[in-house]
Structures are given as structure tokens and as C-alpha cells.
Design a protein around this ligand. Structure first.
Ligand SMILES: C[S@@+](CC[C@H](N)C(=O)[O-])C[C@H]1O[C@@H](n2cnc3c(N)ncnc32)[C@H](O)[C@@H]1O
Length: 285
């Protein structure tokens, strides 16, 4: 793993680090820039302006340059026709990966974001970056959005999925995608924040054998709340707006065979983190 370049570190993460007005402040920061006309139509310049805000103004919970590069390289390798991200925030990963999907010849990048204000910021910045032809933003809870897009025939298969939303929902949303056959052999998953704050239930699931997953179904207790292994802060991250979270319960498809590896990297602040890259390589009958 390469060293973190401290000169590009974001401001440190505060106790309250999102949903305090900084997301709309970011829009003003970018649109007030004297070179706004040169930023228009350039994904790279929009990303640079977001990074400048994160470094000089306030922390933003973006994937950042280092982990972003891992997923961008994966996009160049997988060449997804359709990529889905769970959790868009202000659109950093959406612009970075939507641009990479377009460059790789892909057709669609879906950003599923629950918060309507964050969703509006994503739409504004995607438009500024000139990516509205490839990127579509779906506002609503990820499980409901996945089902809605599937039911309408809009989303038929996921070639590559970036998971970066409510940590306890990584596993439950993956199982929903398996059940709907959106994730099948050939699909690839990239899960953020598997070190900070960590995601033991998700890592256990994608690293399990088919036999272990079949066995786990027989022991499932049908609870719809977050797994007890998550810290309270992680389990309650969105409690201000959501109250008690309800997770979609699905048996998924335990017969899918995954090959999974951790790639170590850094948060944009320089704090160590990692991305779990999981490839669905087959299905047992
Ligand atoms: C870490 S941020 C995403 C950062 C973004 N991927 C990036 O790197 O630029 C997590 C986002 O997930 C959203 N979110 C949380 N739970 C969600 C859910 N169940 N469905 C959709 N979005 C969700 C939050 O509102 C927040 O904007």
C-alpha cells in the first residue's frame, strides 16, 4: 500500500460531520468560484472543487481520491454497462465513477440516495459536470429504489455495485439484489468503509462458502434491526431523520460463489480504511 499524501488531506471529521448545512454550502462554494465557466462540463474540475472544499472548509464523507482510484481501476477492468451505487451523498463518487463508466463504454450509472437534499445536490453537480446523459439519481431508501427500478424494468442487471450507504444495509441490500437476480455470476461488488468503521456481517457474508450461507439461513432469527456487531454510532448514524432503521429481509441467493479480497487504502483524511472487492464467479445448483 502506498503512503498517504498529507498535503491533500481533508479537514478532520467532527462529531457532527454531515447534514448541518455544509452540503448546500458546498454548492455555493463551487458556483461562487471565479472560474465556474471553466468548471462547467469537466468532471475532473468539479471533483477538484469538491476536494478543495473538503480540504479548506469542512470535512465531507466522500470516498476520496485514494479509494476512488481503486474503484476507478476496477471500472476500467470490468467495463460495466450498468453500475449502481448505494449512497450518493453530494455526488463525489457519482461523478468520479459515472465518468469512468462513460469512458469505459458503459451506458448507465445509478446513484441511489435516500436524502432528498443530498440528492438535489448530486443532481446539480452531475449536471455541472456534464454527466446527466449517463448518470441517473434515484431518491429514496436503497431497498425501495432497487425494487422500484427492478419492477419497472428499468434495472435488469448490475454489472458493478459500489456499496457506501448505511453500513448494516450492505448485506441486506446485496441479498435483495441476489433474490431479484440483479446480482448474478459476473457481477462485481466494491464495498467502502470495511475497516473504518468496519462491516463484520457484510465481510462474513461475501467471504462465506455456499455451504456456510445455506447453513446460516437455517439459523436466521428474522430480526430486521441492525446487527449487534455494529457500534451504536454506526447503527444510529441517520437516526436524526430516520429514527429506528428497518432493513429489508431477504434470503438472497446462497448458491452464488464469491471470491473476495480486501484492498487497503485511506479515507480522504488519511485515516486507514479499505475497500472489499467481491467477484461473483459462479453458482452452485
Ligand atoms: C458515505 S455517504 C456516500 C458517499 C458517496 N458514495 C461518495 O463517496 O461520494 C453515505 C450516503 O448514504 C446515504 N444513505 C444512507 N442510508 C441509505 C439508504 N438506506 N438508502 C439510500 N441512501 C442511503 C446517506 O444519506 C449518505 O448520503
Amino acid at each position: 500500500m502506498s503512503q498517504f499524501d498529507e498535503s491533500k488531506a481533508y479537514a478532520s471529521q467532527e462529531d457532527v460531520f454531515f447534514d448541518d448545512g455544509r452540503e448546500t454550502e458546498l454548492l455555493r462554494f463551487i458556483y461562487d468560484k471565479p472560474d465556474i465557466d471553466e468548471i462547467r462540463g469537466s468532471p475532473e474540475k468539479v471533483l477538484a472543487a469538491i476536494d478543495e472544499y473538503g480540504r479548506t472548509q469542512k470535512y465531507l464523507m466522500n470516498v476520496g481520491e485514494d479509494k476512488g482510484k481503486i474503484v476507478s481501476n476496477l471500472i476500467a477492468e470490468v467495463k460495466p454497462q450498468t453500475m449502481v451505487e448505494l449512497g450518493g451523498y453530494i455526488g463525489y463518487s457519482c461523478i468520479l465513477f459515472g465518468n469512468a463508466v462513460r469512458k469505459a463504454g458503459g451506458k448507465r450509472f445509478w446513484s441511489l440516495e435516500r436524502d432528498p437534499v443530498f440528492g438535489a445536490v448530486i443532481i446539480a453537480l452531475v449536471s455541472l459536470a456534464g454527466l446527466s446523459d449517463v448518470v441517473k439519481v434515484e431518491i429514496g431508501s436503497s431497498d425501495a429504489s432497487i425494487k422500484r427500478l427492478y419492477d419497472s424494468g428499468t434495472l435488469k442487471h448490475i454489472d458493478l455495485m459500489f456499496l457506501d450507504h448505511y453500513k448494516p444495509a450492505y448485506k441486506t441490500d446485496l441479498k435483495l439484489c441476489e433474490e431479484l437476480k440483479l446480482v448474478t455470476p459476473g457481477s462485481v461488488l466494491a464495498a467502502d468503509n470495511v475497516i473504518k468503521p468496519g462491516n463484520p456481517p457484510y465481510l462474513e457474508y461475501v467471504r462465506s462458502s455456499v455451504a456456510e450461507k445455506r447453513e446460516a439461513i437455517t439459523k436466521s432469527n428474522g430480526e430486521s434491526g441492525p446487527d449487534a456487531r455494529f457500534a451504536d454510532k454506526t447503527a444510529g448514524q441517520y437516526a436524526k431523520r430516520q429514527g429506528q432503521e428497518q432493513l429489508h429481509l431477504s434470503q438472497g441467493n446462497p448458491n452464488l460463489i464469491y471470491k473476495s479480497e480486501l484492498v487497503n487504502s485511506f479515507e480522504p483524511t488519511g485515516v486507514p480504511d479499505g475497500v472489499e472487492i467481491t467477484r461473483c464467479v459462479g453458482e452452485e445448483s
